[in-house]
Ligand binder design. Structure first.
Ligand code: IFM
Length: 514
C-alpha cells in the first residue's frame, strides 16, 4: 500500500474504533438485542419490514482516497457538468457551490467498508442506491441501439463489473437491494444542461424535453440494467423525485435547489418534461418486467418496479389568509398528486387545471410500489393569479424563508396516507435530518417513526424505511456544504465517524422499534 493510502486507512481504523464505542453505548454489551420485547419497545414494526439506508451514485461515488479520479469520478453526466463547469459555477443563477467532485465520500472505492458499516454495524437489512446511466453508457454511440441486445456491447465492462461487486457486497453484508435506475443524472450525450441553461429553445441535446428520444433510450437502458443485474436486484425504482427535476429545472430554480437546465418560469417546458417522465416511467417498467426474469431473493417474484416521489407537507403561509388556504389545495395537486396520478392511474393533467385526461393504455398498470421521500413541511403563498395564464393551478409559490428542511414528523403520517390511497405498497425511500449534528441524535427518528407507525395503524401498507443517508454525500448544487449522513465524512481523508443519530438508528433497527 502506498503512503497516501495508508493515511486514510489509519484514520478509518480510528473512526471504526470510535464507531464501535458509540455502538456499544447504543446497543448495550451484547451488541444489541434483536427482540423488541426484551428492549421494552412499544412502537414495533413487522418482522418483514425493511430497515435500510439510502444513497445515490452521483452523490457518493466520487472522492476515492486512492483510486485515480478517472476511475472514480464519472464526468459524463449533465450533473457533473452542472457542478464543475467554470462558467456554470460562476453563473449566479445556477446556485452551484463549487466543491470539486473529489470532495465526495469515495464510495466507489470504499463501498465494501461502507456496506459493512450499514449491515454489520447498524444492522440494516436493506440498501438503496442508484445506477449511473452515463457510467454504464458514456458513449453516445449507444443511442443507435434499437434493442437491449444491440445496446449491450456499448456498456462499459468495468462499470458493470464494479456495480456487480457493490451489489454482491450489499448482499454479503445482509442487505436487500432497492436500486434506482435514474436518480436525476442524464448522460451528457442526451442532455447538455449548460447549452440548455443558456438557450433552452436552441440547445441540441435537450434531456427531458426530447420526449420520444429519451423515452426510447431510457427504456433500453432500464432493460439492460434489469437483464444485467436482475439476479442481484428484485426491487427497482425507475425515477427519483421527478417533480423536483421539473420544479427546480424548469420553473423555480433557487438557492435551495437547482437541477439542470435551471431555467426560470418555463412552465410549458416543465410540463412537457413531466409528461415525458411519466411516459419514461411506464416504458421503463415494461422493460424491467421483460428483462429481469431472475428471482434474486427466492421469494417467487423476479421484479417489483416502483417510482420514488418526493412528498411535502404543505400548509398555508398565513393560516388566516383564505387565499393561502385555497392555494394549498392547488399546490397539493401539483406537488404531491399529479405525478402519482400519471404513474399510478395512467392519467395526465397536461394543462394543470385539476381535470385528468382519460387513462392511457400505454401508461396504466405500470406501478408495483410507491417510494416516498419525505423531509419537510412547506408554507405556500397565493399569488392571486397564475404565473402563466394557461395553467390555472400554477398560482402559488413556496415560502422558502424557513429553508427546505423544516422537521415536521406528523407530515410523514399525512404524506404516507396520501400515497397509500393509490392502493400500492409504500416504502419510505428517504427520510433524514439536515446537518444531524455531532453531539445529539435526539428528536428526529422516534417522532418520525411514530408518525409512520400511525399511518400503518390507519391502514397504509408500508414495507420499509430507508434513512437518507448512510454517509455524508455530495448534495447536488450544495456540494459537501450540506450533510445528511449517519456517518460523518472527512472530506480530506474520507474517514467516516458514526454520528449520534447513527448510533440511535442502529439501536432502533436492532430492536425493530423503540
Ligand atoms: O440528497 C437528496 C436526494 O438526492 C434526493 N432527495 C433529497 C435529498 C436531500 O436533499
Amino acid at each position: 500500500m502506498n503512503r497516501l493510502a495508508a493515511r486514510p486507512a489509519g484514520r478509518l481504523a480510528a473512526a471504526a474504533l470510535a464507531a464501535a464505542s458509540l455502538l456499544a453505548q447504543a446497543c448495550g454489551d451484547d451488541g444489541g438485542a434483536a427482540d423488541p420485547a426484551a428492549n421494552n419497545a412499544v412502537v414495533t414494526f413487522p418482522k418483514t419490514f425493511l430497515w435500510g439506508t439510502s444513497v445515490a451514485g452521483f452523490q457518493v461515488d466520487p472522492g476515492c482516497p486512492t483510486l485515480p479520479a478517472a476511475a472514480c469520478e464519472d464526468r459524463e453526466s449533465d450533473w457533473a457538468q452542472w457542478v464543475t463547469d467554470p462558467d456554470l459555477v460562476a453563473d449566479g443563477t445556477t446556485y452551484v457551490h463549487g466543491d470539486p467532485l473529489s470532495a465526495g465520500p469515495g464510495f466507489w472505492e470504499l463501498y465494501d467498508q461502507d456496506l459493512a458499516r450499514a449491515g454489520d454495524e447498524l444492522g440494516a437489512n436493506a440498501f438503496r442506491t442508484s445506477l449511473e446511466w452515463s457510467r454504464l453508457f458514456p458513449d453516445g454511440a449507444a443511442e443507435a441501439a434499437t434493442t437491449v441486445d444491440e445496446l449491450a456491447p456499448f456498456a462499459d465492462e468495468d462499470a458493470v463489473a464494479h456495480y456487480r461487486a457493490i451489489f454482491a457486497s450489499a448482499k454479503a453484508h445482509g442487505q436487500t437491494l432497492l436500486v434506482t435506475l435514474n436518480h436525476y443524472t442524464l448522460p451528457l450525450w442526451l442532455h447538455d444542461g449548460k447549452a440548455c441553461h443558456q438557450d433552452l429553445a436552441g440547445c441540441a441535446d435537450r434531456g427531458w424535453l426530447d420526449g420520444p428520444r429519451i423515452v426510447r433510450t431510457i427504456a433500453l437502458y432500464a432493460g439492460f440494467c434489469a437483464r444485467t443485474f436482475g439476479d442481484q436486484v428484485d426491487l427497482w425504482a425507475t425515477l427519483n423525485e421527478p417533480f423536483a427535476v421539473v420544479l427546480s429545472g424548469f420553473i423555480v430554480p433557487n438557492a435551495e435547489r437547482t437541477n439542470p437546465p435551471g431555467v426560470l418560469l418555463q412552465i410549458e417546458a416543465g410540463l412537457d418534461a413531466m409528461t415525458h417522465m411519466i411516459e419514461a416511467h411506464a416504458a421503463m417498467v415494461d422493460a424491467v418486467r421483460d428483462n429481469d426474469l431472475a428471482d434474486a431473493d427466492d421469494d417467487g417474484v423476479a421484479a417489483q418496479v416502483g417510482l420514488v416521489h418526493s412528498m411535502i407537507a404543505l400548509e398555508p403561509s398565513d393560516p388566516s389568509s383564505e387565499a393561502d388556504v385555497a392555494a394549498v389545495a392547488h399546490a397539493e395537486w401539483v406537488v404531491n398528486r399529479v405525478f402519482l396520478e400519471g404513474v399510478a392511474n395512467g392519467r395526465l393533467d397536461p394543462d394543470l387545471d385539476g381535470v385528468l385526461d382519460p387513462p392511457r393504455a400505454d401508461l396504466v398498470g405500470r406501478l408495483d410500489f410507491i417510494g416516498v421521500n419525505y423531509y419537510t413541511r412547506l408554507p405556500i403563498m397565493a399569488l392571486g393569479q397564475p404565473l402563466d395564464a394557461r395553467y390555472a393551478f400554477a398560482d402559488f409559490l413556496p415560502n422558502l424563508d424557513g429553508g427546505s428542511f423544516v422537521e415536521y414528523p406528523q407530515g410523514l403520517h399525512d404524506v404516507v396516507t396520501s400515497a397509500a390511497s393509490y392502493g400500492r405498497p409504500v416504502y419510505i425511500t428517504e427520510n433524514g435530518r439536515l446537518n444531524p449534528g455531532e453531539t445529539s441524535g435526539d428528536g428526529f427518528l422516534e417522532p418520525h417513526l411514530e408518525a409512520l407507525h400511525a399511518a400503518m395503524d390507519d391502514g397504509a401498507d408500508v414495507r420499509g424505511y430507508f434513512y437518507w443517508s448512510l454517509v455524508d454525500n455530495y448534495e447536488w448544487n450544495h456540494g459537501m456544504s450540506l450533510r445528511f449522513g449517519l456517518y460523518a465524512v472527512d472530506t480530506a481523508t474520507k474517514a467516516r465517524a458514526l454520528r449520534p443519530i447513527g448510533a440511535r438508528y442502529a439501536q432502533i433497527v436492532r430492536a425493530r422499534g423503540f
